[in-house]
Design a protein around this ligand. Structure first.
Ligand code: BGC
Length: 718
């Protein structure tokens, strides 16, 4: 017993660590700076990059595609370079490697962290089989402005949902490769939604809204963080010691490493906080950015500064040790090539279809108001009769892959048209007409689309954005349907044939006309390779939609930024009072609130009880609510719990999501659902900028979304 304990201790302690110390001791300054250097390849390492590897001047490469390309360059690192230190191989595996899953914003609509963990695990395993050992995901930026294209890559506007999704994705990826929580921090607050723009974030908002998902990723053991492009009130995130040292390392105890974003070290010059490359490098490295992506500044320009003591060698050593420790933790010293097998394709596709189904949000479903079917909701569709399938995205194989599709291939995608055709019996006639291209200005294709609609009992219109209209460098100043798609929608609706609008998009769109005139609207985001099957599953009711919006849909662009967890103001909106916080020309409410989504059944809430009614800050309050499936189909409800701290030393949001649960109920079934809130999770930054849970009354809302719900309160006692 004692012997085995001793053996365990011996194995667990410093042998490995000592190796790294002695390795560090053997490194020249150039080799140390080399470990901090990260370059992008173009599918394969170039001869110059191979030479850098041989000379020990590269710590990792990204965008090397396929094990046939990673293996030879890794061989150079571990056999030809003087110290034989293996390389990291990075890639943006954002929502799939070859098998593309829903975009993260779509997947967040599932309110199902297990689903996010499952797709991240599968994506990581698939990427690992192709030589990748490090992904630049999850993107955990909170985004409150739909103009910003990168909203597609994150989990939306809510820090609680965002934190659960961040942790789940880290756990999933890190079963086989390293993850990177990005972009640290505040990137999503780009002013006016304009990509790479400056941000003005108070420390309180930073800590309460933007940082929690990063903290959750760190707590889940994420290996690395990526420093962002933006500045925060003048201090660029890639040269921001408060973020990357004070908060990340000292407060949170992060032991991994920080990689810059693409040339964000060099961009400190454009930001105007460094006058030269060397100064930019010094600023970033001393702030705590360990690895320089793509600027080559650390390796090319910092040695002289270290030799003249303008950068202390211990700063370099700490950064190098973080990289070496990461390589050790990943097992690269033992197993640099990491030959892995990908999960079987049917398994990957089954996961893709299931999670895509969960990610779909039913925004509207009313009777189409014609003939005998006047009173039934438009969806789900019967599998009989003639169905018109129309629109530039209806039979499109490219766009469902979304903005970051790595090795995803259009050929792998099932389109909505294909999904519908494979679902209905041969006797059902499916008539397809494209109607218009994505951004056409011509209406020449309308005639065929109108003819298709006129002969059908229902027209399924598949409209939205191109995949690359969201993601990086894809800000939009208007959030309508591009090209003549809106005209196409109106023309088809004018035929009188009931319309089902199926949307593909990477951000909230402005849907005023459609919401007022179209009986059924289905938000599918970009669902990946199984888009068509998952959409058809929902359209025909084989899957009952259960997705909920992770982001607010405004009525008009002028309301942006619009998010549910805002503060009350001194003059909250009041339609009877001109001098209250509102607009003259549009309501302050969103078109579809955060947390909203319909089902083919209905749910009723009753008997909300909180216990205890009085609790201390160290206690947990349990809310019990009875949820009843009051409709006629089995369905899944996302029961959501929001809290409002009624009186605080600092004004608190009108609601904050603090718990939710997916619950599947049979028709007529009632179940008591309990949701727990630990009072310590009700912290905020007090007047002294320290986290505090203040005594007082907390209002609790439990219901189907952020705008409805039963109410009760409890007291937090000192
Ligand atoms: C993006 C990052 C990405 C990196 C590497 C940058 O332009 O902002 O999110 O990880 O490129 O591809």
């Amino acid at each position: 017993m004692l012997r085995s304990l001793l053996l365990t201790l011996l194995l667990a302690t410093p042998a490995a660590a000592q190796n790294l110390d002695s390795l560090l001791a053997r490194m020249t300054l150039e080799e140390k700076l080399g470990q901090l250097n990260l370059l992008s390849a173009n599918g394969q390492a170039s001869p110059q990059q191979m030479q850098l590897v041989r000379a020990g001047k590269l710590g990792g490469l990204f965008n090397v595609i396929g094990a046939e390309n990673t293996t030879p360059v890794q061989r150079i690192a571990v056999t030809d370079s003087r110290l034989k230190i293996p390389l990291l191989f990075g890639l943006d595996v954002i929502h799939g490697y070859r098998t593309i899953f829903p975009i993260p914003l779509g997947e967040a609509s599932s309110f199902d962290p297990d689903a996010a963990e499952a797709t991240a695990r599968a994506a990581g395993q698939e990427a690992a089989a192709f030589g990748i050992n490090w992904t630049y995901a999850p993107m955990v930026d909170i985004a409150r402005d739909p103009r910003w294209g990168r909203i597609a890559e994150g989990s939306g506007e809510d820090p609680y949902l965002g934190s659960l999704m961040a942790a789940a994705r880290v756990r999933g990826f890190q079963q086989s490769i390293f993850a990177t929580a990005k972009h640290f921090a505040g990137y999503g607050a780009a002013e006016a939604g304009r990509e790479y723009n400056e941000t003005e974030i108070s420390q309180r908002t930073m800590r309460e809204v933007y940082l929690p998902p990063f903290k959750a990723a760190v707590d889940a053991g994420v290996a690395s963080l990526m420093s962002a492009f933006n500045d925060i009130a003048g201090v660029p995130a890639s040269g921001n010691a408060w973020l990357t040292d004070t908060v990340l390392r000292r407060e949170w105890g992060f032991k991994g490493f920080v990689v810059s974003d693409w040339t964000s070290v060099a961009e400190l010059i454009n930001h105007g906080v460094a006058g030269s490359q060397a100064e930019a490098g010094r600023r970033a490295l001393t702030a705590g950015v360990d690895m320089d992506m793509q600027s080559s500044i650390y390796v090319d320009s910092l040695a002289a500064l270290v030799r003249s003591n303008r950068i202390p060698i211990r700063v370099v050593d700490s950064a190098v040790m973080r990289i070496l420790r990461a390589k050790q933790r990943l097992g690269l010293f033992r197993d640099p090539y990491r030959a892995r097998t990908a999960p079987a394709n049917p398994e990957l596709r089954a996961t893709a279809r299931r999670v895509a189904g969960e990610s779909i949000v039913l925004l509207k479903n009313e009777p189409a108001g014609r003939g005998a079917a006047c009173c039934a909701p438009t969806l789900p569709l019967a599998k009989s009769g003639t169905i018109a399938v129309i629109g530039p995205l209806a039979d499109n194989k490219e766009e469902p892959l979304g903005p970051w599709h790595t090795q995803g291939q259009a050929a792998d995608v099932v389109t909505v048209l294909q999904g519908i055709m494979s679902k209905v019996p041969a006797a059902t006639q499916v008539v397809y007409a494209q109607g218009a291209g994505m951004e056409d200005t011509s209406t020449a294709g309308f005639a065929a689309a109108l003819a298709a609609a006129r002969q059908a009992k229902v027209a399924v219109l598949v409209l939205g954005e191109r995949g690359d209209m969201s993601g990086e460098a894809a800000s939009r100043s208007s959030l309508g349907l591009p090209g003549v798609q809106q005209e196409l929608l109106e023309a088809i609706a004018a035929t009188g044939t009931p319309v089902v609008l199926v949307l593909m998009n990477g951000r909230p769109l402005i849907l005023e006309w459609a919401s007022d005139h179209v009986p059924a609207i289905v938000e599918t985001w970009f669902l990946g390779v199984e888009a068509g099957n998952a959409t058809a599953d929902v359209l025909f009711g084989d899957v009952n939609p259960s997705g909920r919006l992770p982001v607010t849909f405004p009525r008009v662009l002028g309301q942006v930024p619009l998010y549910y967890n805002h503060r009350n103001t001194g003059r909250p909106p009041d339609v009877h009072n001109k001098y209250s916080s509102k607009y003259l020309d549009v309501p302050v409410t969103p078109r579809y609130p955060f947390g909203f989504g319909l089902s083919y059944t209905t749910f009723a809430y009753g008997n909300l009880k909180l216990s205890p009614a009085r609790a201390r800050a160290s206690d947990t309050v349990t809310a019990i609510v009875t949820v009843t499936n009051s409709g006629s189909r089995e369905g899944t409800e996302v029961v959501q719990l929001y809290v409002r701290d009624e009186v605080g030393s600092v004004s608190r949001p009108v609601r904050e999501l603090k718990a939710f649960r997916r619950v599947t109920l049979k028709p007529g079934e009632s179940r008591a659902i309990d949701l727990r809130v630990a009072l310590r999770d009700l912290w905020f930054y007090g007047l002294d900028m320290k986290p505090v849970v203040e005594p007082g009354t907390f209002r609790v809302y439990v219901g189907p979304n952020s705008a409805e719900g039963l109410e009760a309160s409890f007291e937090c006692i000192p």
